[in-house]
Design a protein around this ligand. Structure first.
Ligand SMILES: C[S@@+](CC[C@H](N)C(=O)[O-])C[C@H]1O[C@@H](n2cnc3c(N)ncnc32)[C@H](O)[C@@H]1O
Length: 208
């Protein structure tokens, strides 16, 4: 399916992911991402989708400046509705391609890339990571959330719909050694947290 249509179809029920998989906030990647952000940082939520991470940070860290960008107008429409209802002033949402962004070099302290890399083809993932690196400050961090298969039988059963519904790149991406994968893009993993159905990795520019 064409990716525009895929995200259009997903947008209406995308937030079910948080209800089904990340319901237990204490063990959720949303908490791990939130706790990675300082109080006064400039944060870019790349491929923000319905802006769950971006809004949480903007709401609970009022001195942060949060920007969410996405290519899907359908996803952004849901995000915009949520942002308007929450009335937080420190979040901006833009329709923008993550491979060609209108931001200055080295502008952001933190960049979020949550549940994105497994569902795009490898060359697109490479372009997104190169752009993320360009707009990240030299001492900044990219916070990546990705799906992870649990060893528990019950969790594996609950995870099945994800395995079935995710686009083609998912199958090979989930098996990747992400430490080596990010090295290829000049990024090093500096920490990793395992959460429900997912893991959250902090990356820094390899040369710093
Ligand atoms: C599965 S959603 C992830 C949403 C959100 N980050 C989260 O944690 O729930 C993936 C998002 O990536 C967006 N996306 C894919 N390719 C993109 C690109 N080149 N530029 C901007 N957004 C893109 C899609 O439109 C979609 O909203």
């Amino acid at each position: 399916m064409d990716s525009k249509l895929f995200y259009k179809a997903m947008s209406g029920f995308y937030d079910l992911i948080d209800i089904v998989y990340f319901r237990d906030y204490e063990n959720s990647p949303r908490k791990a991402v939130f706790e990675s952000i300082g109080n006064t940082e400039k944060v870019l939520d790349l491929c923000t989708g319905t802006a769950t991470n971006a809004l949480k940070i903007a709401e609970l860290k009022p001195l942060s400046e949060v920007i969410g960008i996405d290519l899907s107008k359908d996803m952004l429409k849901i995000a915009q509705g949520k942002a308007e209802r929450s009335k937080v002033p420190n979040i901006k949402l833009y329709h923008m391609d993550a491979t060609n962004m209108r931001f200055h070099d080295k502008f952001f302290d933190k960049i979020l890339l949550s549940l994105v890399l497994h569902e795009v083809e490898e060359d697109l993932a490479g372009k997104i990571l190169a752009e993320a690196k360009r707009v990240l400050k030299d001492d900044g961090e990219i916070i990546v959330t990705e799906w992870e298969k649990s060893r528990k039988l019950f969790c594996r059963a609950v995870f099945l719909p994800i395995e079935i519904l995710e686009p083609k790149p998912f199958k090979s991406f989930i098996k990747k050694d992400l430490y080596r994968y990010f090295e290829r893009y000049g990024l090093k993993v500096v920490s990793e947290v395992h959460c429900d159905y997912s893991r959250v990795l902090k990356l820094k520019k390899a040369e710093y």
